[in-house]
Write a protein that binds this ligand. Structure first.
Ligand code: ZN
Ligand code: ZN
Length: 559
């Protein structure tokens, strides 16, 4: 029940908590759309880290004054999200200690780029904050050098690449933007001088990283214990990583079996009387390869995606899968210049402090791509996968979830949103659409979805095996190319990603599995009263919360 005395007090507490969090972490504040601290850059000293640690402890004490049982469902979730966040801050500073071994955590450029590119305030004002914020950059990197000890080589070269690649934001983009303002000449000169000093500090740090000779470098593999902790804080699943890994391994077997069946069924249609490969994986690979040739021309890529949206809306309505809010249409746009380079499609949503803003479906163009690169990309995003991509990103995937999430009016859930729930929902809807008959129940569509699904499944297997066991690069590439039917280039890219990140790659499959399990349990509980639409809407109504918390509330016995 909303509106009790305890709820009112708790809501007041959450407001104070977020205010304090932003002051503690101005970078995160800016990128969340909270701009009071845009001009601040905190130097990462031992002292500032101690301060953050104490902040988490003090907030945990304040939080402990509330009793979750007396709060509304929405506040119960917020309570647990804040608790998780505070524990995570303490764990990071005391146990993970990535400030010592991950040089890529010292990248100030992202926030500067955000201030330049997002039009939340007049340009003059944003540039003045940019200028103020640069003041601490030399001290920041001097301190970063002191903090780093035996860094992970992969993260060291990633950091150097990112800094060298991004420094143009300060060296060039800032100057270009200044020209568009009426800031007096003399002031501009000062501003540009500081940008030069700042860029030099960033490049100096990158050079220092490149020349760093570490005697005993830390392995990029996180190790079992840290992995378990990180999984607990980031994924917030009811399952352990080992359980998720086991489930992924059996899911892979299931998918291979089903894919083999479909491939045998499709073989005569595409290969006539030719002999079928005896090896099952080779058979599936051949059929997938042939189906991948069905793709649009490079110049039609954007319009093909645009044309999908109304079809998806019509299908969701026709099958009554969930209610789409007609007052919040999705704005399809060509990918803005500063995002260019990432082809395909993505959704960019207004931040939690700007819920009225537009949500965009950014569609990239392949113009200017070399023909071999475009061909390989288009084979990957063939006629079938392109439709699945639109389901995943837009309707009823990420975009639809976001509209529901914005109606659950909790800033805490927007700020501390659960990535596994968000990705899991998008994957869950792909299967839901196919199960409702999307794509005319064509076996080709189902086979290609299985391949797509295998990607999430293998991401989980890969991440866990690499970080907690000792999976080698060769084994990893073999898993991805042979068992998940990926191209060599894609597999190489995935290896790179898993060697500079951990846990995040498991979010897609974990979220998907937990949502599917919850739906089955909910169906069982409601028996003949169960309706898929009611499940979907109720589930989304809780906002971007961890599935395990939604599960507790949805399966709770009615008093
Ligand atoms: Zn082709
Ligand atoms: Zn996604």
């Amino acid at each position: 029940m909303e509106g009790t005395k305890d709820d009112a007090a708790f809501t007041a507490y959450t407001t104070q908590f977020l205010e304090a969090l932003w002051k503690e972490d101005p970078d995160r504040a800016t990128q969340t759309g909270y701009h009071k601290y845009d001009s601040l850059l905190i130097v990462p000293t031992d002292g500032s880290r101690q301060h953050l640690f104490k902040f988490a402890g003090a907030q945990a004490d304040s939080l402990a004054k509330y009793t979750p049982a007396t709060l509304s469902d929405a506040n119960k979730i917020d309570y647990q999200l804040i608790q998780n966040e505070l524990q995570k801050i303490q764990w990071r500073t005391q146990t993970l200690k990535d400030y010592e071994w991950d040089p890529s955590s010292y990248n100030v450029i992202g926030t500067f780029a955000y201030i330049l590119n997002e039009h939340y305030a007049p340009l003059d004002k944003r540039l003045r904050n940019f200028y103020e914020r640069m003041a601490n950059i030399p001290a920041y990197y001097k301190e970063a050098q002191k903090q780093i000890k035996n860094p992970v080589p992969e993260l060291t070269s990633l950091a150097a690449d990112q800094l060298n690649g991004g420094v143009s934001v300060l060296e060039k983009d800032f100057a270009d933007s200044l020209k568009k303002t009426k800031i007096p000449e003399a002031t501009q000169k000062l501003m540009l001088a500081r940008a030069k000093v700042s860029a030099d500090a960033i490049k100096g740090f990158a050079t220092w990283l490149t020349n760093l000779k570490s005697v005993k470098p830390r392995s990029f593999r996180l190790g079992r214990e840290l992995y378990q902790d990180k999984f607990k804080f980031d994924i917030q699943s009811a399952l352990t990583p080992q359980q998720v890994f086991n489930a992924a391994v059996s899911r892979k077997k299931y998918l291979h079996r089903e894919m083999a069946k479909l491939s045998r069924e499709l073989w005569p249609k595409y290969f006539g009387k030719a002999d079928m490969p005896k090896d099952t994986l080779a058979l599936i690979g051949r059929v997938i390869d042939t189906l991948s040739a069905k793709h649009v021309k490079p110049e039609d890529f954007q319009s093909a995606i645009e044309k999908q949206i109304p079809k998806l809306v019509a299908f969701v309505k026709e099958k009554d899968l969930l209610t789409l809010d007609p007052s919040k249409p999705l704005v399809v746009r060509r990918e803005p210049a500063y995002m260019a380079g990432v082809a395909g499609a993505s959704v960019s949503s207004p931040g939690p402090y700007d819920k009225g803003g537009n949500t965009y479906f950014n569609v990239g163009s392949l113009s200017g791509w070399a023909s071999a690169r475009a061909e390989s990309y288009l084979r990957e995003y063939n006629q079938y996968i392109l439709q699945i991509l639109c389901i995943h990103e837009a309707i009823p995937g990420h975009y639809t979830q976001l509209v529901y999430s914005n109606k659950a009016p909790s800033l805490v859930k927007s700020v501390l949103q659960n990535g596994a729930m968000i990705e899991g929902w998008a994957v869950y809807t792909e299967e839901m659409m196919l199960n409702a008959g999307y794509g005319n129940n064509e076996p080709e569509m189902r086979l290609m979805w299985y391949k797509w699904n295998l990607r999430s499944v293998c991401n989980t297997i890969l991440d866990y095996s690499v970080h907690t066991a000792n999976m080698s690069k060769e084994q990893a590439i073999n898993l991805l190319t042979r068992e998940a039917f990926q191209q060599q280039a894609e597999a190489e890219g995935k290896w790179k990603r898993v060697s500079v990140s951990s846990v995040q790659l498991t979010s897609y499959y974990t979220g998907y599995k937990e949502i599917t399990d919850l739906r089955d349990a909910y169906q069982k509980k409601l028996a003949d009263k169960y309706k898929l639409k009611e499940f979907n809407e109720k589930f989304l109504g809780y906002g971007s919360a961890p599935v395990k918390m939604i599960r507790e509330l949805m399966l709770e016995k009615k008093q």
